[in-house]
Write a protein that binds this ligand. Sequence first.
Ligand code: S3P
Length: 441
Amino acid sequence: MRESGGARYRIRPGGSLKGTLTVPGDKSISHRALMLGALAEGDTHISGFLAGEDCLATARALQGLGVHIEGPRDTQVQVRGVGAHGLAAPRAPLDMGNAGTAMRLMMGLLAPQRFDSTLIGDESLMRRPMERVAVPLQMMGARIHTHQGRPPVEIRGTPHLRAIHYRLPVASAQVKSAILLAGLAASGRTHLTEPAPSRDHTERMLGAFGVQLSHEGRAIAMEGGQTLHGTRVAVPADFSSAAFFLVAGCLAADRPLTLVNVGVNPTRTGLIELLRRMGADIRLHPRAAPGGPHLEPVADIEVHRSALHGITVPEALIATSIDEFPVFFIAAACASGETLVRGALELRVKESDRLAAMAAGLDQLGVEHQLLPDGLWIRGAEALTGGTIDSCGDHRIAMAFAVAALRARAPIEIRDVANVATSFPGFVGTARAAGLDLEAL
Ligand code: S3P
């Protein structure tokens, strides 16, 4: 059985929160630390690694490419880098499980190899769009075949890729990162421009591995052929996992709730700005990053119970809060007044169609809402009814509706929660310790 325990959650209504919580390591940063560590000369030591199913899929795929990886032991992982030309042909298709980030970044990493490879995943991943990565890689000379834009992704290794100038059509860190990974092995200088700033973990981490990269506004440039040098990576707690408790704290913290050592990279923390605009009292206490290069800003986050009111979400804040919309919609459902999100089409191609999945769940809980092609309108309610929610196999939908129980009148049951283990192993224990009356069935 997966660590999140069972296939359903039942949460009794009400409850209050307080205390100090630690959530697991950052998923985006853990994936990147493994991949860059594999391509580096020398060893990389990762601490704070997220031992969730998604990152374990990346570790297994790299092992399938001949990389020696020790751990995770507690949260420590040691990667023996094989260098830019040291990966070996896999014996079988590489199974990326539920991990979209892993599949898309691996496309960039595998395109310039001397061998062929195939990427597959679980039912949800096999439905997700991969052309957004395949197209720019093909412009670099890569030979990649998808099936109507979806996995399996078949890659014919092409060691002589050419750098490109590329304007990303969507703000996507996965697309940007795949091009940068391929660009490392390409001849010439890769230039990228983003329509809005997406998470910049790859750029920061490339710097920590000794790669020179230049930024000018939303433009990034990187010379191909640079060597990565193994290093120490201290992964902070995942802001996206902390997000569930930030909203829970706003709704029901008796006394302040503190989340410890959380990554607060400004390309990730749009939710703090959104909640503050709704009236939330959230305070950041910056920390020095533990050990190693100061890769990412880290803070303890203190949240106080706050009376929230609805807002219109500025489109400029969508990319920096993209993974937090499921729980943001719960905040909106519990706020006074109306909340409107538009321009969030990307939510339809995440682990589930998150606009549709949230609308269906809000329906079950008696929350007035309107599903829009690219967003959601919600009128906040005094209290939610209980009900049964289908998470659609999406970890963030499952955890978001667990938070909703704090304001429900009757129990909430959430189906299909096994995938919580992809990003938040131990969620049940942490949620219970925080004060949610949650049972895994
Ligand atoms: C991620 C980028 C985002 C995000 C995903 C993780 C990453 O996806 O939604 O959960 O680690 O690069 P997009 O790049 O598609 O926006």
